[in-house]
Design a protein around this ligand. Structure first.
Ligand code: 87F
Length: 756
């Protein structure tokens, strides 16, 4: 088929919902055919029922037939367009069951969602608004969506294991509801739909057809209640924007990476959600719009785009250098583990068993024995340690690998913070003496705290994990704990475990000492993951987007010349020369600098774009600066601007970058410290938690008490609290101090909080 023709039947256009056209656009996009609107109503005179609610399409197999009802339109296109979206009828093996499932969800979308709710809601928001009727409809549609939510809890797609027409149709309506009707809080109860919806939207042809999502922060009801349902003059809702106060600059066009020519169409740039109001929406918007991640079709898996990967690269390079100078060597062990090996250390694996992913087939043939994908590599590596280590001369053995691991988590996934596949380094070391192992645990923990504090400008608290929270295979676990003030949640940054002789006894890792007696080795394992990036985004990001600390920013300075239309050719040339000179000298000084002299974007658009991406410094040169031979250096973290003579730009840039790095850590540390409250009895505990604080409290260190605190502290505001760590840096604990929760003698001050 060379094109897809559609028309609005006479009388249909005013009530026609835009998302139905989006479905046609998506299908046309998926099939790669142009979508053409026929304006000549005579073209289908008499061929359609007069009153139909949809765009009608010209049948693909018969030029004189028009198809009108929306379910029928979808199915017709599903059958005839050359896509995999309706596989049962197309190029994949026919499956009646699958086809029926797809049809079922198309019917659900068209009838249960569109006809019963979305269309009446459009009517409410464009024609006559009645708050009671509106609220009833919202209640109804939420109840209806809970069915979809339940269905999607354990599925990536609506029918089968690939995207189908059912997803296209349903996602289009859900987009309308998410953008206009369901505010942040109401969407919160629909996490599986949100995840599925974002996955749908990340399909290239879907984003083209539907556009980016601008989640609804507040329903925009028509100003005055219009009696008798008379449409407002323009009959339309104001579409996007953050409800008041957003500078016009930030609402300029988007489309930097679309590769087109000429001025871009003006659409919303920047974030729709506010960090401190709808954190979840804000976070996923920052991650995607800053081009850090793209959602992927498998839930819990994300694409790390270069902007994010570059940060991981910096952490990797720095940490790798540090551990090599401690004497650690890199290696690589296989991704796959046999069941025998994985279960060798049953005790600790048992808790984690549900998260292990298995390969059970090659092609259509079942494997004789299923093979697990590593969730961590203790059991993969240690049988070889047993072979390689014979004598004290083989010790210490200090190996590390940089790799991916898979943990099939069932909790709601969050980019970087909780994903089913993530990147990390895992260090596994063996020593003759416990003291050597103890010392290494702390050396590594120190490096982890430097990754957070010195690279990412994120403050952390070092400490020991409680018995309940430590790695079950370890003798003890040490940790660096970060905190996200916007959500009031702690987040485990990285862990360094002393495994004692637990694994060496299990895996027979013995060595002969100098006195020829045998002993089991003392082992450690330690790891830091791509979660680091998520913590940095959550701590530093703001309502304009990412705020990157200079040490890890892929680009530290963006140079933006601001030519004016009334400038002479000579002035333009001078501006171009001045900016290139600045660019060249910054580059030569080792600054990661980018020039943005694109002519098809306005300066305001560029400012918003690079602010969204978090570049620490912007260097502007406008016509006045040209005359004064100066540049404007604007900080991303504070917004402060400095006017700097060209001759001083390199030095000032270097100084500002160092200041930004330092100030970001300092202000985050101040916030971290302010977020800790001391509590000595139960009464203050839950109120402090609900005020988004961490709590430092004297504790008896009993597991049962930690469990009890978790149950008792769960409230409307959030899940129960656990210990984040027992800080190394302990305040004085006067003798006789009682545990805040049990009244038994306290052994230490513990840091408690809700957590990721
Ligand atoms: C999930 C499934 C199976 C965590 C799991 O922290 C096993 C495990 O052993 C598991 N999730 N863990 C603990 C990992 C311990 C340790 N390994 C080396 C680290 C750092 C790096």
């Amino acid at each position: 088929m060379d094109k897809l023709e559609f028309a609005f039947p006479p009388g249909a256009a005013p009530t026609f919902p835009s998302w139905r056209l989006s479905v046609l656009k998506a299908l046309a996009g998926a099939a790669g055919v142009p979508l053409v609107k026929i304006t000549n109503e005579n073209a289908f005179a008499g061929a359609l029922p007069r009153k139909c609610k949809t765009p009608a399409i010209k049948a693909t197999d018969s030029p004189s037939t028009w198809i009108s009802e929306f379910g029928a339109v979808c199915r017709h296109l599903g059958i005839f367009l050359d896509t995999d979206l309706y596989p049962s009828f197309h190029n994949l093996p026919f499956s009646n069951e699958r086809a029926t499932q797809i049809d079922q969800w198309i019917d659900y979308s068209v009838n249960n969602l569109d006809n019963n709710y979305a269309l009446p809601l459009v009517g409410q928001l464009t024609k006559g608004y009645d708050s009671a009727a509106f609220d009833d409809l919202v209640k109804g549609v939420r109840a209806e969506l809970s069915l979809l939510e339940l269905h999607l809890k354990s599925r990536t797609w609506l029918a089968g294991n690939a995207m189908t027409l059912a997803d296209v149709v349903a996602a289009s309506t859900v987009k309308y509801l998410f953008e206009h009707v369901l505010e942040g809080g109401k969407r919160k109860s629909l996490p599986s739909i949100t995840r599925w919806f974002e996955t749908c939207l990340s399909q290239p042809f879907m984003e083209q057809a539907l556009g980016k999502i601008a989640y609804c922060t507040k329903v925009k009801v028509p100003q005055a209640k219009t009696k008798g349902g008379k449409p407002k003059a323009d009959g339309k809702q104001k579409q996007k924007g953050k409800g008041g106060g957003k500078p016009a600059k930030q609402a300029k066009g988007k489309g930097a990476d679309k590769g087109g020519k000429g001025k871009k169409k003006e659409t919303q740039l920047g974030l729709d959600a506010q960090k401190f109001e709808e954190f979840g929406d804000w976070y996923s918007e920052v991650c995607t719009k800053s081009e850090m991640i793209s959602y992927y079709e498998i839930s819990g898996c994300y694409i790390l785009r270069p902007w994010a990967y570059s940060i991981w690269d910096t952490i990797h390079q720095w940490f790798d250098g540090e551990i090599k100078s401690l004497g650690v060597q890199n290696c690589y062990f296989p991704l796959f583990v046999t069941e025998n090996v994985l279960n060798k250390e049953k005790d600790h694996v048992e808790d984690f068993a549900p998260e292990v992913a298995w390969v059970t087939k090659s092609g259509q043939t079942d494997l004789d024995v299923p093979i697990a994908i590593r969730p961590t590599s203790e059991t993969v590596m240690y049988p070889f340690y047993a072979n390689w280590i014979r004598s004290h001369r083989d010790l210490p053995l200090r190996l590390n690998q940089w790799c991916n691991v898979i943990r099939w988590e069932f909790k709601h996934p969050t980019p970087f913070i909780r994903s089913r596949e993530f990147l990390w380094q895992e260090g596994h070391t063996a020593f003759a003496q416990k003291e050597e192992a103890d010392a290494e645990v702390l050396d590594i923990l120190d490096l982890y705290s430097k990754v957070y504090e010195e690279l990412l400008a994120v403050p952390v608290m070092k400490g020991r994990k409680s018995e309940k929270e430590k790695f079950a295979g370890a003798l003890y676990t040490t940790t660096v704990e970060a905190f996200v003030p916007a959500t009031g949640k702690g987040v485990q940054g990285a862990t360094s475990h002393c495994l004692g002789q637990n694994f060496s006894k299990m895996f027979d890792i013995e060595f002969e000492k100098e006195d020829r007696k045998k002993d089991h080795v003392w082992q450690n394992s330690w790891g830091i993951t791509t979660r680091t990036i998520g913590v940095m985004i959550m701590v530093h990001g703001d309502n304009k987007g990412l705020v990157l600390p200079p040490r890890v920013a892929p680009v530290q300075v963006v140079v933006i010349p601001i030519p004016k239309a009334n400038m002479t050719e000579e002035q333009k040339k001078k501006m171009q020369e001045a900016s290139s000179n600045l660019y060249d000298s910054l580059k030569a000084a080792g600054v990661r600098v980018k020039m943005d002299d694109r002519e098809n974007y306005t300066p305001g658009w560029k400012y918003s774009h690079w602010e969204l991406k978090g570049i620490p410094l912007r260097c502007e040169i406008g016509p006045k600066d040209l005359d004064k031979e100066q540049a404007v250096l604007a900080r991303r973290d504070t917004g402060k601007k400095d006017f700097v003579p060209w001759a001083d730009c390199v030095e000032t840039t270097k100084k500002l970058l160092a200041d930004i790095q330092k100030d970001m850590l300092e202000s985050a540390r101040a916030e971290f410290n302010e977020s800790i409250v001391r509590v000595t009895n139960w009464d203050g505990f839950v109120p402090a938690l609900d005020a988004k604080k961490m709590i430092l409290a004297p504790w008896c260190e009993e597991v049962a008490v930690e469990e009890d605190v978790k149950t008792r502290s769960a409230s409307e505001e959030g899940a129960g609290a656990k210990t984040l760590c027992i800080p190394f840096d302990q305040p004085e604990l006067p003798t006789g101090t009682k545990c805040f929760a049990s009244g038994k003698p306290a052994k230490s001050w513990a840091l408690w909080g809700r957590s990721y």
